[in-house]
Design a protein around this ligand. Structure first.
Ligand code: MN
Length: 205
């Protein structure tokens, strides 16, 4: 197993890095409130229940996710990985207009995808093409930028890909605001809400 991250995330519902209405109108406060307060919280609560009294109690999420996969504990993997993914998703976003793409990251994207617009196009195609529930990611894979998806609760860092940012493409992330229009949601998030500083920080970590 080649774990491509060095974060240590506690098993608890993190504070959101912005107010629940801070991502409007791209993501409504209603969506954020359900997504964070119900979906994310349930993954945390389930993880805590499943590790209670086991050797994983008190361990960071990263270790729990890796152990659950290794031991084939599907229920624990799904909940712990979803807890980790949501924590990373909230940090991947920022209020519209608050973060410009740093020059260093822009150069990396232009080197990998020819332009930021072309990158956004390719990211959207890949995200829309993820069949069913999952996640779209910008990752560093062997030092090169790549766009990948994981299905359901999957994380990219268990097979050596370092995540820079993610977009949740489960229906619960967009259905209240966009119904079935996943493409419109992904395009709006890419255009308005990506925390490019967070992405660059992950690239350099
Ligand atoms: Mn979600």
């Amino acid at each position: 197993m080649n774990i491509a991250i060095s974060t240590i995330t506690p098993v608890e519902l993190p504070k959101l890095p912005y107010a629940e209405n801070a991502l409007e109108p791209v993501i409504s406060a209603n969506t954020l409130s359900f997504h964070y307060g119900k979906h994310h919280k349930t993954y945390i609560d389930n993880t805590l229940k499943l590790i209670s009294g086991t050797e994983l109690e008190g361990k960071p999420l990263e270790e729990i996710v890796a152990a659950a996969q290794k031991d084939g504990k599907t229920g624990l993997f799904n909940n712990a990985a979803q807890a980790w993914n949501h924590d990373f998703y909230w940090m991947s976003l920022a209020p519209a207009g608050s973060v410009a793409i740093p020059t260093e990251l822009k150069s990396m994207i232009e080197a990998g995808f020819s332009s930021v617009d072309e990158f956004k196009k390719q990211f959207t195609t890949v995200a829309v093409g993820q069949f069913g529930s999952g996640w779209a990611w910008l990752v560093l894979d062997g030092g090169k930028l790549a766009i990948v998806t994981t299905s359901n609760a999957g994380v990219p860092w268990l097979d050596g890909k370092k995540p820079l940012f993610t977009v949740d493409v489960w229906e619960h992330a967009y259905y209240l605001d966009y119904q079935n229009r996943r493409q419109a949601y992904v395009e709006a998030v890419l255009d308005k809400l990506i925390n490019w500083d967070f992405a660059l920080q992950n690239a350099k970590a």
